[in-house]
Write a protein that binds this ligand. Sequence first.
Ligand SMILES: Nc1ncnc2c1ncn2[C@@H]1O[C@H](COP(=O)(O)OP(=O)(O)OP(=O)(O)O)[C@@H](O)[C@H]1O
Length: 358
Amino acid sequence: MKKNESITQDLLNSFSDLELDAEEKAAPKTIENEDKNLIELKNIHKTYLIGVEGVAALRGVSLKVKRGEFLIIFGKSGSGKTTLLNIIGTIDTPTKGSLSVCGTKISAKTKDKTLAHLRLKRIGFVFQSFNLLSLMTALENVEMPMILDGSIPSKERRSKAKKALKRVGLSERLYHTPSKLSGGEQQRVTISRAIANSPDLLLLDEPTGDLDTKNTKIVLHLLLNLNLKENVTLVMVTHDITLKDFADRVIWMRDGLKLSEEVINPERKNNVRKSLLDETNDWLQVNNLAFEEDSFKSSNFQNFQNTTFRNPNQYKHLKNSSSVKKRTQITKEQIMQELGKIAPNVSFKKFYSDQETN
Ligand SMILES: Nc1ncnc2c1ncn2[C@@H]1O[C@H](COP(=O)(O)OP(=O)(O)OP(=O)(O)O)[C@@H](O)[C@H]1O
C-alpha cells in the first residue's frame, strides 16, 4: 500500500482480523428446492406495536421467487412493500408465517450469526438513499461488506472491490468520497458494494427513486446485466410504473396483502430490455472515460455528448488532496457508527466488544 493511501485502510484492515466461528463459516443448510425457489414465503404476517396499538403491515403474504427471476413489487405508500423486502432480507422478522431465503429456513430460532452470514454472503441490498459511508472513498465503501465478512484477505478484498466498481463503469472514481460523486454514480457504488461479494439475491428498495431518467436507465442496465449474465435474482420495490415491462413478473400490494400479480409478456419484455440495453450501451461505453461532473449531472443528453473528457491520470492528484488527508483523522468510533447505516442488525456486539478489549 502506498504510504499516503490512507490510515483509514489500516483501520479497516484491523477489523478484518475478526474471527468467524465454524457455524458462520459453514455454508447455510440447503433445502431441496433452493434452485427452484430462492425465496419462499408462506402466510407472512407482520404487526408493529406502537404503544398498545398494533399496525398490521403484512396480513398473510405468500410468495415464491425462482432463482434468476426479476420480480417487481408495486403498491401504494404504506401497503407493506418495504416490510416485505426487509423480511426477505432477514433485517426484520415476521410475527407469523414461515420463510426460506437462499436455501436457509428462517424461524424465530435462527441464530443471529446464521442470519448475518446470509446477509453478508448471499444477499445484497440497494436502497433509494444510497447509504454510503460519507467519510470513506468509493473503494472503501465497496470493501465494507467483505470487511464485515471477515474471511477475505485484504488484497483479495481490494481487488474484488476494484472489479465491482469497474463493472459499473466507475474505475475512475475509486478514491472519491460520496460527496464528490453525482447521485447516479453514488447509486452505482451501492450496486457494486451489493455485488462485490457475489450474492445470489439483490433486494432493491426504490433504487431509482432519486435518479433522473438517464441514470434510472443506466442503473436498470446494470441490474439487467447482473440478472441476465450472472443469474442474480432481483426483487425490486418501486413506484415507477414505467419499469414494469422490464421484469419477469410484478406483484401489487395493498393493505398488507398481495392483491394481484402479472407475468410480463416475454416478447414485450425482451423488446423493452433490448432497446434499453442498446440505448445505454453507448452511454456506458462513454462512461468508461472520466468526465466532468457537472455534465454528468445534467439530464440533457446533448450536453453529455459535448462533455470535455479528461485523461483518468488527471484524477491522481485527488489521492493527495487536503480533503483526503483530513479524512485520515477518522476514528474507529466514527467508522463503527457509519457501519450501522449499511448493515443494520449485523452482529455489531462482536465488533464493539472487540473494540473494547483492544
Ligand atoms: N417500524 C415500524 N413501526 C411501526 N409501524 C411501521 C414500521 N414500519 C412500517 N410500519 C407501518 O407498516 C405499514 C407498511 O409500511 P411499509 O414501509 O412496509 O410500506 P411501503 O409500502 O413500503 O410504503 P412506502 O411506499 O411509503 O415506502 C405502514 O402503515 C407503516 O406505517
